[in-house]
Each structure stands twice: as C-alpha cells, then as structure tokens.
Design a protein around this ligand. Structure first.
Ligand code: FES
Length: 123
C-alpha cells in the first residue's frame, strides 16, 4: 500500500500516512496533496522529516535524493538541504517548506500545515 493511499485524516488534524517501515532508511516516500507533493524522509537513525518535494534551487524532486545524516542531496545539481529546517546548506541559499511529522507506535503522522522557514532563509 502506498503512503498516499494509506493517508487518512486524524481527528486532531494530523493524517496517518502509513508505517515507518514503509519508508526506506536514508530514503523517502511522497505524499500527494492538493497543494503539491510532500517528501517524507527517514534517516539511518529512524528520524522522520517532511519537506515540500521541491528543491529550493530549481525545484528538483528532493524525495529522489540521497539522505545522509540530517540532510538530503538534491538529485539534479547536488545541492544539500537540511531536513530539519528545509534550508539549503551554505554557501547555497533558499529553503523549502517543512511540515510537522511524528511517529506513534510505528505509524507516521503528518500535519499539512507548513511551518514558515522563509524568514530564516532570507536573513
Ligand atoms: S534543483 Fe536541486 S540542486 Fe538544482
């Protein structure tokens, strides 16, 4: 079952998108929403982060990038993005929206309310 198909709305505004084990370590799965794709990443240490699936450089699909530590490398031009903030690693600039995500009993929950990181990236 894909994460997108498994997504269902929770009473508190979070959506359950499936099991943690459905996300490969050092990889990602895509959740398709009306406002665009969200990439849900899993690190080697089983941390989970969610970012808009658009690189801040030229919109590359971050979900297809390589996860290393708490960063992902964009598959198009190798720029790196912090998974916990969505901000490009210096000296590059820019950011992509991040989304709150949490794990409960091996299930992954996502909030579709983007956290604003634009102010941080432009400062
Ligand atoms: S689009 Fe991601 S590095 Fe260029």
């Amino acid at each position: 079952m894909s994460l997108a198909n498994a997504a269902r709305k929770a009473a508190d505004g979070w959506i359950e998108i499936g099991a943690l084990d459905e996300i490969p370590r050092q990889g990602a799965r895509v959740v398709r929403t009306a406002s665009g794709d969200i990439a849900v990443f899993r690190t080697l240490d089983d941390e989970v982060f969610a970012l808009r699936d658009r690189c801040p450089h030229k919109g590359g699909p971050l979900s297809q990038g390589m996860v290393h530590g708490r960063k992902v490398t964009c598959p198009l031009h190798d720029r790196k993005v912090h998974l916990d903030t969505g901000i490009a690693v210096a000296p590059d600039a820019g950011c992509t929206a991040r989304y709150p995500v949490r794990i409960e009993h091996g299930r992954v929950f996502l909030s579709l309310t983007a956290e604003d990181v634009g102010a941080l990236a432009s400062s």
